[in-house]
Write a new protein. Sequence first.
Length: 76
Amino acid sequence: MSINCNFCGKNEKEVLKLFKGNEAYICNECVDLCNEITEDLAEENKKEFMSNLGFLKKKIEKLENDLRITKNNPSF
Ligand SMILES: [Zn+2]
């Protein structure tokens, strides 16, 4: 009985390595693909994080500015 990757269906002779899971197998090619997707997601998350960070920084700058204005104008 040949062992096949449960994701792409290739058998153990067609790929470099088949990794055994609980009830399934995954080949090195599918693992590579998953890694690529994970990296893409990480990159997207990083971009989103950085843009959120930029937004927060602007907010903080604005708050600091407001604070400065309030300090300089006690009646404000
Ligand atoms: Zn596969």
